[in-house]
Ligand binder design. Structure first.
Ligand SMILES: [Ca+2]
Ligand SMILES: [Ca+2]
Ligand SMILES: [Ca+2]
Ligand SMILES: [Ca+2]
Length: 453
C-alpha cells in the first residue's frame, strides 16, 4: 500500500497558528525547527531557543524548551524528513521514563494557561520517531492541548513494572492526525496508545486519518486502550495483538468510531477487533473485518472475534456498519460478535449469532456474503481499506435517503478514503463507498515517490 500522505502543508498549520496568535494580544508564538536527528538535550531553558550543546536544534531540545515556556500562544515544532532514534532512559527511575531529558519524549503539563503545542512532521512516510525498543516513544501530560501530525511513532517498548503504553501515553487533549503508530509493544496494556482519563486528567484523544498497526500488548488493547473521551475518524487499526483482550481496541470509556476500519487484529481471549466495557462505544460506517479471538487456542478460550461487549453498564451502538469475516481460533466459521448490540440504520454481519440486538433490532441488521468483501489493501486515500466487491449486499443498502451520519448527526459526505458519499443510490454499509473515486492526495514535501527515506 501507499504510505500515509499528508493532507495539510505545515505552513498552513503555521499560518493557522499565526492567525490564532493575531487574534489575542497576550499570545506569543514559538517556532522551533528541528535540524538534527541527534538525540540531544536543550542546554538553557531561559534563552527561549531550541539549542543543544552542539549548537543545533534536536527534537528533544525543542520539546524540552517547549515544556519550559510559560507564555500563552501556539508552540510549533517542525520535524523534517528523517529518522529520530531516541536514546535509552538514564538515571534512577526503575520504570525507564525519567523525565524529559532521556528515553521517551515527555511533553509535560504546561507552565502557563492557553498554550497549544503542535509537532508537525514531513509526513508519516518521511518523519520517523523511533523508540529503539528502549522506552515508550511519547507521553503527553494532563493539561496539555496538543496535536501531532505527519509522523510515524515506532519501536516503542515498555517492560517491567508500570509498563503501560508502548507507543504513546496520553493524559492530555491530543489530536493524532495523518500519523502511523506501529511496531510498539507493552508488557502490560496498550501496545500502541493508551489514553488515560482517570484521576481527573480529562484526557481526550482524537485520531484522524491515521494508521495504528502491528502493535502488541501482553494484556489488553493491542492497538489502543481508551478511557477518557475518544474519537477515531478515517483511520485503520490493523494487525495488532493482545495477550488477553481487545486485539485492536480495548474501549472502557466513551469512544466514537466513524468511517474507519478495524481489521486483522487478534486477541488470545475475548474481542479480537474490539473489546468494549463500562461506557458507550459507538460505530458509524465502520468495517470490522478479519479479526480473531482465542487466537492462542488455549484452555482459557475466548469469544467475540469481531467485537466483544462486556455487559457491565456499557452501551455498544452500531450504525451502518459492516462486521464480517471475524473468527475464533482462526476457524473458517464466523464469530462476528458477542454481547448486547444496539443497532440503527442498516448493518451487515457475516453471522448474527452470539449477539442480542436492541435499538431497531432485526429491522437494522442483515447478512453479507464474505466473498463480497475485498482484502485489506490500498484502495486510494491515506489508509488501507476493505473494498466492497460488485454485487455486495453492502452496496446502496443503507436506509436513509439523506445519507449516513456521524455521532452528532453530521452527514458523511466522504468515505474513509475521502471519496464522495453517496455514490449510486445510497450510502454503503461500512467504511468504503463502492464506485466512489478518492482524490489524488497532494504530495507536499516529496516529488511523488512513495518510498521511505
Ligand atoms: Ca533553550
Ligand atoms: Ca523520558
Ligand atoms: Ca485463548
Ligand atoms: Ca453507494
Amino acid at each position: 500500500m501507499n504510505p500515509i500522505r499528508r493532507t495539510h502543508h505545515p505552513l498552513q498549520a503555521l499560518m493557522g497558528g499565526l492567525l490564532i496568535a493575531a487574534a489575542g494580544l497576550a499570545h506569543a508564538d514559538f517556532l522551533f525547527t528541528v535540524n538534527t536527528t541527534a538525540d540531544l538535550v536543550d542546554i538553557n531553558f531561559s534563552d527561549v531557543q531550541c539549542r543543544t550543546a552542539a549548537n543545533n536544534c534536536s527534537l528533544r531540545a525543542a520539546i524540552m524548551q517547549a515544556n519550559h515556556l510559560s507564555a500563552a500562544g501556539v508552540i510549533t515544532i517542525v520535524v523534517p524528513v528523517g529518522v529520530y532514534v531516541l536514546g535509552p532512559p538514564v538515571g534512577s527511575d526503575p520504570n525507564g521514563d525519567n523525565g524529559e531529558a532521556s528515553g521517551g519524549l515527555n511533553i509535560t503539563t504546561p507552565l502557563g494557561p492557553d498554550q497549544y503545542l503542535q509537532i508537525v512532521g514531513a509526513g508519516a512516510d518521511r518523519t520517523f520517531i523511533d523508540g529503539n525498543q528502549t522506552d515508550r516513544v511519547m507521553e503527553f501530560a494532563a493539561g496539555r492541548v496538543a496535536r501531532i501530525e505527519g509522523l510515524t511513532l515506532r519501536n516503542g517498548r515498555r517492560g517491567g513494572i508500570n509498563s503501560f503504553a508502548g507507543g504513546l501515553l496520553n493524559f492530555a487533549e491530543l489530536t493524532i492526525a495523518n500519523c502511523i503508530v506501529e511496531n510498539n509493544r507493552s508488557e502490560s496494556s496498550g501496545g500502541g496508545v493508551i489514553s488515560e482519563g482517570g484521576s481527573g486528567s480529562g484526557a481526550r484523544l482524537d485520531i484522524i486519518d491515521s494508521i495504528i498497526r502491528n502493535n502488541q500488548a501482553a494484556f489488553a488493547g493491542g492497538g489502543l486502550s481508551l478511557s477518557g473521551i475518544n474519537t477515531i475518524r478515517g483511520s485503520t487499526i490493523h494487525g495488532n495483538s493482545a495477550g488477553i483482550s481487545g486485539g485492536g481496541i480495548y474501549a472502557h470509556a466513551t469512544t466514537y468510531i466513524v468511517n474507519s476500519t478495524i481489521s486483522s487484529n487478534v486477541a488470545n481471549t475475548d474481542g479480537g477487533g474490539i473489546y468494549a466495557t463500562l461506557a458507550t462505544t459507538a460505530l458509524y460506517n465502520v468495517s470490522v473485518v478479519n479479526n480473531d479471538a482465542d487466537h492462542d487456542r488455549d484452555q482459557n478460550g475466548g469469544i467475540g472475534g469481531g467485537v466483544f461487549i462486556a455487559a457491565t453498564n456499557g452501551r455498544f451502538i452500531v450504525v451502518n456498519s459492516l462486521i464480517a469475516s471475524n473468527t475464533i481460533l482462526d476457524a473458517p466459521i464466523d464469530d462476528d460478535c458477542n454481547g448486547p448490540l444496539e443497532v440503527y440504520g442498516w448493518n451487515l454481519f457475516g453471522t448474527t449469532s452470539g449477539c442480542s440486538y436492541s435499538g431497531n433490532g432485526t429491522a437494522a441488521r442483515g447478512l453479507v456474503a464474505l466473498n463480497s468483501i475485498g482484502p485489506l489493501q490500498d484502495n486510494g486515500g491515506p489508509t488501507p481499506t476493505h473494498a466492497l466487491l460488485a454485487g455486495s449486499a453492502a452496496i446502496d443498502t443503507t436506509r436513509d435517503v439523506l445519507g449516513c451520519v456521524d455521532e452528532i448527526g453530521i452527514r458523511l459526505d466522504f468515505d474513509q478514503r475521502g471519496a464522495p458519499r453517496p455514490a449510486g443510490m445510497r450510502c454503503d454499509v461500512g467504511a468504503y463507498e463502492y464506485g466512489a473515486i478518492p482524490p489524488v492526495n497532494e504530495r507536499i514535501f516529496g516529488s511523488g515517490f512513495d518510498v521511505a527515506p
